[in-house]
Design a protein around this ligand. Structure first.
Ligand code: NAD
Length: 454
């Protein structure tokens, strides 16, 4: 049996650990944060991810998954150690690799027990895995050590589905032994015919950055087209739909909105641009992607400000704070930048989110806004409602009720969840991203009545 240690029990580490245990492996998840481990031992998951609690409970119950705050004790007996710690951005945009190398040093001190494969799963610039390998080789005894890169592509909010049924598995492994072990670990995915790309360390690392940067670029691209749609009176939903019907383009990630966020796209695009610069290369499209995204968030503040006739003293209901639905993750959430922009202009923001309010309350911004129990409480007496995250709950709002309880019937649908006609029919003034105002014809109907009267 392969003994696995996963170091870092955040989104990636915990999902990896629980899923690998579910594949039948014996897994110990370790984290330097003792309070996180204590809650996991009590069966509490430190963040919101559908289905994860149940998966963890089952695998702990069946004896395949355990937790420890003693990282060294987890690493020492393991054949395979996954590193899944954070790689947050430094002020210059490059990735902070201090946690990866701290774990590396700890592993180096535990190499006497025989051969190990160290699998770098954290998203880290090209060259990180090879540097780690060099450092570990110096400390390795007779058993030897290999380092592999195994970038993770899971999506928060559907992490289990995307880990257990991924589009592909990428394995950067340069020795037959490490490749064999990683293939054995992912065998259940091979059995469901998941494409597996086995390649060098550098190529594996770059695949992760290139993939995230490309997706971010698609979002920034459609956001620029949406802004152009607003100027020329075109509808970005129809433009995106028709573009996406071209198989070479694809439909996904062509949804215009307030800009991308989350723990990955913002930091990975900046890190890619930074390590390209270090090598004397420019990735201009990636640099522009970052710039367009910043501008899009600022544009949303302007849009809301304009819709309410100046934010000062206005009550604005914000629906959605997490960077995307089905998660309580607020890292780099566009909603936070937009809310901060509104607060700076003197707006009184009342926010609602089904999962992320607790996280926002812990931030300085959380002290400057108020929170509501549901979307209608937020909207009550407000000068506008702004939908910033596309939670399903916000797709089926009672529009007539909204029109009744708002002080002014203004809806900024910044995720384009509603048809302009539906909002207009409920008596709401609609602002979207890249869609023309409703052509529903209140006026023509009135003309029809007038004709009848004649
Ligand atoms: P996270 O912040 O949720 O978790 C990181 C964990 O590592 C924390 O629990 C922290 O306490 C622990 N840690 C930090 N230093 C440690 C140390 N020295 N020893 C032991 N534990 C330590 O981060 P995450 O979202 O899970 O991301 C981890 C990596 O995976 C990042 O590089 C990220 O870019 C990448 N990634 C994330 C996602 C995602 O959707 N979150 C998807 C793909 C890849």
């Amino acid at each position: 049996m392969i003994k696995i240690a996963v170091v870092g029990t955040g989104y990636v580490g915990l999902v990896t650990g629980a899923c690998l245990a579910d594949f039948g492996h014996k897994v110990v998840c370790a984290d330097a944060d003792a309070s996180k481990i204590q809650s996991l031992e009590r069966g509490q998951i430190p963040f919101y991810e559908p289905g994860l609690e149940e998966l963890v409970r089952r695998n702990v119950g069946e004896g395949r998954l355990s937790f420890t705050a003693d990282v060294g004790a987890a690493v020492a007996p393991a054949n395979v150690v996954f590193i899944a710690v954070g790689t947050p951005p430094l002020p210059d945009g490059s990735a902070d690799l201090s946690a990866v190398f701290e774990v590396g040093r700890l592993i180096a001190s535990k190499l006497s027990g025989g051969y190990k494969v160290v699998v770098q799963k954290s998203t880290a610039p090209v060259g990180t895995a090879r540097r780690l390998w060099k450092e570990l080789e110096r400390a390795a005894g007779d058993g030897g050590v290999d380092v592999a890169s195994n970038p993770e592509f899971l999506r928060e909010g559907s992490a289990l589905e995307t880990f257990l049924r991924p589009d592909r598995v990428v394995i950067g492994a340069e020795t037959p032994r490490s490749e064999r072990l990683l293939r054995a670990i992912y065998r259940p995915l091979y059995l469901i015919e998941t494409p597996t790309v086995v390649t060098t360390l550098e190529t594996a690392e770059l695949i992760k950055y290139a993939s995230n940067a490309f997706l971010a670029m698609k979002i920034s691209f459609i956001n620029e087209i949406a802004n152009l749609c607003e100027s020329v009176g075109a509808d970005v939903q129809t433009v995106a739909k028709a573009m996406g019907l071209d198989g070479r383009i694809g439909r996904k990630f062509l949804h215009a909105g307030p800009g991308y966020g989350g723990s990955c796209f913002p930091k990975d695009t900046m890190a890619l641009a930074a390590f390209a610069r270090e090598r004397g290369e420019r990735v201009r499209l990636v640099e522009s992607t970052v710039e367009v995204n910043q501008a899009q968030k600022a544009r949303m503040v302007e849009k809301i400000d304009k819709a309410v006739g100046g934010s000062r003293g206005k009550r604005i209901a914000v629906l959605g704070l997490s960077f995307k639905p089905n998660t309580d993750d607020i890292r780099e959430a566009p909603a936070l930048d937009i809310v901060a922009g509104l607060v700076k202009r003197g707006a009184k923001v009342v926010a609602h989110d089904p999962a992320a309010m607790e996280a926002v309350k812990q931030t300085p911004l959380g002290q400057r806004i108020t929170f509501a129990q549901d979307p209608y409480e937020a909207a009550h007496g407000a000068d506008a409602v702004a939908i910033l995250t596309e939670w399903n709950l916000y797709r089926r709002l009672d529009l007539k009720m909204l029109a009744k309880i708002l002080r002014r019937p203004v809806v900024l649908d910044l995720r384009n969840l509603y048809e302009p006609e539906d909002l207009a029919q409920a008596g709401l003034v609609h602002h979207s991203v890249g869609r023309p105002p409703s052509r529903v014809a209140r006026a023509p109907r009135r003309r029809a009545r007038q004709r009848k009267a004649k």
